[in-house]
Design a protein around this ligand. Structure first.
Ligand code: SAH
Length: 219
């Protein structure tokens, strides 16, 4: 691995191990997921000036008024998404810098990821390419449309909060599929787990969260 990916000091694998210990204390149990979190260099996803803080449990700015989600929430959402086993087709809305994508990629067969801000998507692509993660398709678009050509999806994970769950995303869930999505206004959001069943959609409210708003259109 090259020096940038490997990290040193505050970005070394020892720092990542400490982050993983913290995640365990916070209740994350999935060993495969914890292994991926221990081996994924989160520091390459943030600006160089913030690298030394990249393993703290906090959201950090990634430019364009957006943030990289805190490690705990990435772990939590991934763990719940995969709690019934490996998924073959996952849709991600809100690629951002690509950290959540990097954590999911080794744990699922294929990811379709959509981001509305072009320069962020480009950065994400470069980072994920550097990590040699190839099972990812990218789209620059308003994720409110989902990715109908590739539907249905066994899993959908959304990293920005709409006021209500977009109908098009519900329609693109496979039978038995699961969607994790923060829902609500700026200061009051809940993480929802939506499951599609034969008789409709089941909603479970998991916990209060704080995501950037889900915006329409692209730039
Ligand atoms: N997954 C990222 C989180 C990025 S923050 C991580 O691992 O840290 C959320 C992202 O959602 C931002 O990049 C924002 O531009 C994007 N976003 C917001 N509304 C969107 C929409 N309608 N379609 C696609 N992306 C959207």
């Amino acid at each position: 691995m090259n020096v940038r990916l490997q990290g040193r000091g505050m970005t070394s694998s020892r720092t990542r191990d400490r982050m993983v210990e913290r995640l365990k204390k916070q209740g994350i149990r999935d060993d495969k997921l914890l292994d991926v979190m221990a081996s994924t260099p989160r520091h390459i996803f943030v600006d160089e000036a913030l690298e030394s803080r990249s393993y703290e449990d906090m959201a950090l700015p990634i430019g364009h008024n957006q943030t990289i989600s805190q490690p705990y929430i990435v772990a939590k959402m991934t763990e719940i998404l995969l709690e019934n086993g490996r998924l073959s087709k996952v849709l991600e809305i809100g690629t951002g810098c690509g950290y959540q994508t990097a954590i999911l990629a080794p744990l699922v067969d294929k990811i379709y990821t959509v981001e509305r801000i072009a320069p962020l998507l480009k950065k994400a692509k470069n980072n994920l390419w550097d990590l040699k993660l190839k099972n990812i398709s990218y789209q620059h678009n308003d994720g409110g449309w989902g990715w109908p050509e590739q539907a249905p999806f066994d899993g959908i994970i959304v990293a920005a909060a709409p006021e209500t769950v977009p109908e098009s995303l519900l329609a693109q869930m496979a039978m038995g599929g699961v969607m994790l999505i923060p829902v609500g206004s700026k200061n009051q959001q809940q993480l929802y787990k939506v499951t599609r069943t034969e008789s409709g959609y089941e909603n479970e409210v998991l916990e209060a969260v704080s995501f950037v708003p889900f915006l329409s259109g692209k730039n």
